[in-house]
Ligand binder design. Structure first.
Ligand code: SF4
Length: 476
């Protein structure tokens, strides 16, 4: 647990030494189902929303005199060649590429609508996620990138341009194309190297495929490579997952996202297939997580927060150290104050005053996008109260502290009055040395960074109405 003591300077001074046994008992105490807060309010609060409302909110955001509009663009590319049984993403298993060209046409129509509204601004981030973006051939990827590039003025000088790739199906031509187009980051789906686990989750991926992909990406000059890993999968044991981690560490990707498997069978029926095998018990999940934490931090990775680790020279670690980290639907980000334009089936867009999600049905999305450009289906307006609480929650998750006088000045509130019940609710976490509260500051301790979701959720005014057990995923 040594590295967990290496938080920001002030966090360090507030952090007690934390033995693995003590940490385990705290995880047992606080493990439960809490939101991941890629937005506040979270997507479970969404209800029907008209496209015209989203258009008006975005129009207002673009023309604000008090804030420069800084767009990030997310494209959801939903097609996959095979089905991984653990997957909770919006995806379509496709046996050929016959839907790729029509899908690009729909995306093009949607992007044209955004170009009319906010195309004069440079992009801070472009991310292609899925599904499997490399299901699109190199030439289809070029067409799509060209449409994205033509829809906005240009890229900001330090723009993140990233794509998720599947080492089982990626080709060198794909990687060369991405590099030529200007992508600077790639994220590899890895999950677990153990053959039995791979068989159970229906994702057979030889170690050599992953190694060759990372070698090729490095040779081409990609500056930051991410691996997605999952703990809590069927048949995983501490020793098998340690082996996976050791092989990951040999390859040293700059970033690692270590997700806890979310068994949400009420949303994703295919996950029931995994129940043929025993899933790790809650106790075993904690052991897997603690072991992974130790292996990764011992190997030189910094714990960024939530599920993310990065090497010290990576921009994510630098932003965390500088207190400039942000969070949006794409996860942690080094870019400040951006609005997210989400295009493609099920994508979520956000600006200060609204969250808006596209149709989640592929056929419906494609038909509506072609016809009318934007295809909002659900979402919500963010009231000033939501924005205030959202900023609090984001600061806890990204910076680990709230400067109370500054916050009071910005929002015109008396903190202790407005949040008197929340400050009381923080008391047990304070007693456990996970957070400290004074008149001037709320400060998450170094071990407390493992419990950021719990600390942040104290300020979530929607949470009480949900039965957490059936709405959110487990925090560990
Ligand atoms: S994990 Fe990735 S490749 Fe597998 S089904 Fe989900 S989106 Fe497709």
């Amino acid at each position: 647990m040594d590295t967990l003591q290496e938080g920001r300077a002030e966090s360090d001074s507030a952090a007690p030494a934390m033995e693995p046994k003590a940490l385990r008992s705290l995880i047992e105490k606080y493990s439960g189902n809490t939101p991941r807060y890629t937005s506040y309010p979270t997507a479970v609060e969404f209800s029907e929303l008209e496209t015209s409302d989203w258009r008006a909110a975005l129009n207002h955001e673009v023309s604000r005199a008090d804030k420069v509009f800084r767009p990030s663009l997310y494209l959801h590319l939903p097609f996959c060649a095979t089905l991984c049984y653990f997957c909770a993403c919006n995806k379509k298993i496709a046996h050929d590429d016959s839907q790729v060209a029509p899908y690009i046409k729909s995306l093009s129509s949607e992007l044209r609508a955004y170009r009319e509204l906010c195309g004069d601004f440079p992009l801070e981030q472009l991310h292609w996620g899925g599904g499997t973006p490399n299901f699109f051939s190199p030439s289809a990827s070029e067409d799509l990138f060209d449409i994205c590039a033509r829809s906005f003025a240009t890229f900001a000088p330090d723009a993140d341009v990233s794509v998720e790739i599947d080492p089982r199906t990626i080709s060198v031509q794909h990687l060369e194309t991405y590099k030529k187009l200007g992508f600077n980051r790639v994220s590899l789906g890895v999950q677990d190297f153990n053959p039995q686990v791979q068989e159970a989750i229906n994702r057979i991926q030889a170690y050599a495929q992953t190694r060759e992909t990372i070698d090729a990406a490095r040779e081409l000059g990609f500056s930051s490579i991410n691996f997605d890993l999952i703990y809590g999968l069927p048949l995983q044991t501490e020793s098998s997952f340690r082996e996976t981690l050791q092989r990951v560490i040999e390859l040293m990707p700059e970033r690692i996202a270590l997700y806890g498997y979310a068994h949400v069978t009420w949303k994703k029926k295919v996950q029931k297939t995994l129940q043929r095998h025993d899933l790790p018990t809650p106790q075993e999940r904690i052991s897997l997580f603690l072991m992974a934490l130790k292996e990764l931090t011992d190997a030189g990775y910094e714990y960024i927060g939530m599920d993310h680790f990065a090497l010290a020279h990576d921009s994510l670690s630098e932003a965390r150290a500088a207190g400039t980290l942000k969070r949006n639907f794409m996860g942690y980000s080094t870019h400040q104050g951006t609005s997210v334009i989400g295009c493609g089936v099920s994508s979520i867009s956000s600006c200060d005053s609204m969250l808006a999600q596209n149709s989640t049905d592929l056929e419906e999305y494609m038909a509506r996008a072609l016809r009318q450009g934007m295809v909002t289906q659900r979402g919500l307006g963010r009231s000033p109260e939501d924005q205030l609480r959202g900023e609090l929650i984001e600061n806890i998750l990204c910076v680990g502290e709230i400067d109370i006088p500054e916050f009071e000045k910005k929002w015109g509130i008396q903190f202790s009055e407005k949040f008197s019940s929340e400050l009381q609710a923080l008391q047990p976490l304070e007693d456990d040395h996970l957070v400290s509260v004074s008149d001037r500051k709320i400060l998450v301790s170094a071990p407390g960074r493992l419990f950021m979701r719990n600390i942040a959720s104290v300020f979530d005014s929607y949470l009480a109405k949900h039965s957490a057990g059936s709405t959110f995923s487990q925090s560990v």
